[in-house]
Design a binder for this molecule. Structure first.
Ligand code: SAM
Length: 240
């Protein structure tokens, strides 16, 4: 049986976050589908749609993991896609999915979102899906996204959030307290990773705070779109 050597209390440390994702990589896609009732796919499509004004452009998928967003970006007939992540096993799952047929124009880069190894103004669009919640310094990661964007480029951030509508919030609380850890443990055999998930969602800033963080990072007119009663939110912002 696979076990995790760290506890949920250690989870703020980048090294343990990376280790956790390396451990859950083999079951990550299956668990995503099950835990989100298949909604994760729809949420990613919607997030990628916000980049549709940049058809034919160059895109950076940050914290790309097993690559589902990078695959969706293919619909924008991109000139290039860079899928970056610091967990090697997550990127390996993506490499297998890509096979040999679709590799052209897609680069996989192992790096930390807080210090992107790309030149200023390299991309027409950047996107991070379900990743920023795990970053130790969100402001710094937003500043990095902005730095690598070309002028008028767009950054899109999709993240799991807490519903605000009272009934939805109550159902969500019960599901995140009992459902997510139990299902997560059953499928991944990693109990701490799926206790960490609801706790990291509950610690994520609310809409007003996150929009203000985007403004602080330098994005112009940041915007939020709640999805499925607020169980996920898409944030977007432009570079002047
Ligand atoms: C929940 S997964 C999301 C994967 C993918 N974007 C998706 O839509 O399914 C979070 C990913 O963020 C990556 N990650 C977390 N912190 C990171 C950091 N500081 N730098 C780079 N990647 C990071 C993890 O390795 C993991 O692959």
């Amino acid at each position: 049986m696979k076990t995790s050597s760290s506890t949920p209390h250690d989870r703020g440390r980048p090294e343990t976050i990376r280790q956790m994702f390396d451990e859950i990589a083999p079951t990550y896609d299956r668990l995503n589908r099950v835990l989100s009732f298949g909604l994760d796919r729809r949420w990613r499509h919607k997030a990628v749609e916000l980049l549709s004004g940049k058809v034919g452009g160059s895109f950076l998928d940050i914290a790309a993991g097993s690559g589902d967003v990078a695959l969706d970006l293919g619909a924008l007939r991109p000139r290039s896609i860079v899928a970056s992540d610091f967990a090697f096993n997550m990127l390996s799952v993506f490499r297998k999915k890509l096979g040999t047929a679709h590799r052209e124009g897609v680069a996989l880069v192992s790096c930390d979102a807080h210090s992107l190894p790309f030149r200023d103004a390299s991309f027409d669009g950047t996107i991070v899906a379900f990743g920023i919640r795990n970053f130790a310094d969100r402001l710094r990661s937003l500043q990095e996204m902005l730095r690598v964007l070309k002028p008028d480029g767009i950054s899109v951030i999709l993240e799991l959030t807490q519903p605000t509508l009272p009934v939805a919030a109550q159902l969500y609380r019960a599901y995140s307290r009992w459902g997510i850890p139990a299902i997560g443990k059953f499928i991944s055999k990693n109990s701490s990773a799926y206790s960490y998930l609801p706790s990291s969602i509950s610690k994520f800033p609310d809409e007003r705070e996150f929009l203000s963080l985007m403004t602080q990072a330098g994005f112009t007119s940041p915007n939020a779109t709640p999805l499925t009663f607020g169980a996920a939110t898409i944030y977007s912002g432009r570079k002047r």
